[in-house]
Design a protein around this ligand. Structure first.
Ligand code: DAH
Length: 337
């Protein structure tokens, strides 16, 4: 039996495969239920007790190296597949390879479409921003941690890559008298270690409504409408008190978990709720910073991450997939708007 194991181990180590199909052949031969390694485990039942320890260890080693080998063969096969799908034959009379909209682009489009039904128009601002628009006008105290080098990519003392789209609120309010009802999509940057849940750049949609008599209840209703349009008519929302320098009162908004419907699962960490945005009533001093009379006007604002909404909607588990340009990931979104 030892010889058999040794011979198989050698065969496994020498095995080469370049296609996904060959990798599958390897799996069938060695790792499937009817494969050779399983046969050996069957035979192992008849081994004399004093030999069990040694032969058991050999068998485990064989199985581990076959599993590792299979993984590397699969990766080689996958790479080949990806290269294939990238090949375009320009001599064909009609090119039938259609592209897919990037999931972040289609979700952004959907968010903007929902708010346009409530009368919001779209506004835009620069990604390279000064301290006033990104921080000071939004009421961030001089010593606020978000201004710290750890969070913000500074270009010089005064100029940075914007850390949120709230800066666009200031730009618009500075040169527009209310009523203002806008959504502001865009890319933002933060000095964070890249992982499945964080990236050094991501996308947000900011919302702002300033007019006479705008109330917290208006905000709640607008955000409930948004959540039900985006995640389905059974979706519930809840607002938890929070703090942002530019809103007072401030809240964080959760929706009932899109996966389990509120019963509890690992996505909502068994709480039934998932957080999707920050929001609140625009702080009067932000209005005054933009030369808007805070005694006459009030407003609400909100900000959400497009990645987060997309991950919840399409059950994407790793943020990095959005910027890796893997065609196998992107091609799955062909049917979305
Ligand atoms: N700017 C906040 C962030 O990036 C999000 C946010 C929270 C925006 C509350 C708002 C708001 O407009 O009212 O984390």
């Amino acid at each position: 039996m030892k010889d058999k194991i040794g011979a198989l181990l050698e065969e496994v180590e020498k095995y080469t495969a370049g296609t996904a199909q060959q990798a599958e052949e390897f799996r069938l031969k060695f790792l499937s239920r009817k494969g050779q390694i399983n046969d050996l485990f069957e035979e192992f039942k008849t081994v004399a007790p004093e030999l069990k320890r040694e032969i058991g260890q050999m068998l485990n080693k064989l199985r581990n190296s076959a599993e590792e080998k299979f993984k590397s063969l699969q990766e080689a096969g996958g790479a080949e597949k990806q290269n294939d799908s990238g090949k375009v034959d320009l001599t064909l009379p009609v090119n039938h390879f259609t592209g897919a909209r990037h999931p972040l682009a289609s979700v952004r489009k959907e968010i903007l479409a929902i708010f346009s039904r409530l009368g919001f128009t779209v506004a835009d601002g620069p990604e390279i921003e000064d301290d006033w628009h990104n921080f000071s006008a939004l009421n961030f105290p001089e010593e606020h941690p978000a201004r710290d080098m750890q969070d913000t990519f500074f270009i010089d003392h005064e100029i940075a890559l914007r850390t949120h789209t709230s800066s666009v609120q200031v730009r618009v309010l500075e040169h527009t008298q209310p009523p203002v009802r806008i959504v502001m999509p865009g890319r933002v940057y933060r000095n964070e270690a890249i992982s499945a849940r964080a990236h050094c750049f991501f996308h947000q949609v900011e919302g702002l409504y300033v007019d006479k008599g705008v109330s917290f209840a208006d905000m709640k209703q607008a955000l409930l409408y948004f959540s039900r349009e985006m995640f389905g008519s059974k979706t519930e929302i809840r607002l938890r008190p929070s703090y942002f320098p530019f809103t007072e009162p401030s809240a964080e908004m959760d929706i009932s978990c899109t996966i389990c419907g509120g019963k509890g699962c690992n996505v909502c960490k068994y709480s039934g709720w998932v957080e999707i945005m920050g929001c609140g009533m625009v702080d009067p001093s932000v209005l005054e910073n933009c030369k808007i009379d805070s005694k006459t006007y009030s407003g609400f604002a909100f900000g959400m991450g497009i990645e987060r909404i997309t991950m919840l909607k399409y059950e994407v588990k790793d943020l990095r997939l959005f910027s890796e340009n893997d065609v196998r990931f992107l091609a799955q979104f062909k049917s979305t708007i």
